[in-house]
Design a protein around this ligand. Structure first.
Ligand code: IDP
Ligand code: MG
Length: 176
């Protein structure tokens, strides 16, 4: 069966709650393998582009503050970004992550175990996981350069001696 890859982010609340080890242990149940990992300080542009499908939602401002780490103190103004690969990687990781709303997530899932809804109404659900092959491709290309991934997962091209993705998603600016 064809292998696929998925983007996982351990969000600032996951880092602040010291859950990195627990989350990686839970993810190891999927028996996938890791092809990329880095700590990222999330810029405005990266936050808006990552969540562009939610730009019209009333919680969008809080959501972008959340992923940038502005709700969890200076030491946690970052995320841990991971790319896992393997058969059915997307569904397996979504399953281990649990439902978006931590109150509705299966209690033993990552979000069910560790997530909460803040009084401002943000779903602090400790982890992001791509939800489709299209989304995974868009997100992995947004968060990682080809040099940062240890396998050839998408076609690349040469741009002035540098390897770049052959096709990329468009930039998104902060909505007006
Ligand atoms: P997903 O993370 O499960 O794929 P999305 O709908 O893509 O869910 O939403 C992205 C993130 O936005 C969620 O993980 C959560 O943190 C936040 N979010 C989504 N829906 C709501 C909502 O109705 N209220 C508050 N926060 C939400
Ligand atoms: Mg999503």
């Amino acid at each position: 069966m064809k292998e696929e890859q998925t983007l996982i982010l351990i969000k600032p609340d996951g880092l602040q709650k010291s859950l990195t080890g627990n989350i990686l242990t839970k993810l190891s149940e999927a028996k996938l393998y890791i092809v990329g990992a880095k700590v990222v300080k999330v810029s405005d542009k990266l936050a808006y582009t990552h969540y562009k499908h939610l730009a019209k939602e009333p919680f969008f401002d809080e959501l972008t503050k959340y992923i940038k780490g502005e709700l969890h103190g200076k030491k946690y103004r970052r995320v841990l970004a991971l790319v896992y690969r393997g058969e059915k990687a997307i569904a397996k990781v979504r399953n281990l992550a649990g439902a978006t709303n931590p109150e509705e997530a299966e209690p033993t899932s990552i979000r069910g175990s560790y997530g909460r809804i803040t009084t401002e109404g943000v779903y602090e659900n400790v982890i992001h996981a791509s939800s489709s092959t299209e989304e995974a491709e868009r997100e992995i290309k947004l968060w990682f350069s080809p040099e940062e991934i240890v396998e050839n997962i998408y076609p690349v091209k040469d741009k002035g001696g540098e390897k770049v993705w052959e096709t990329t998603c468009e930039d998104t600016q902060k909505p007006a």
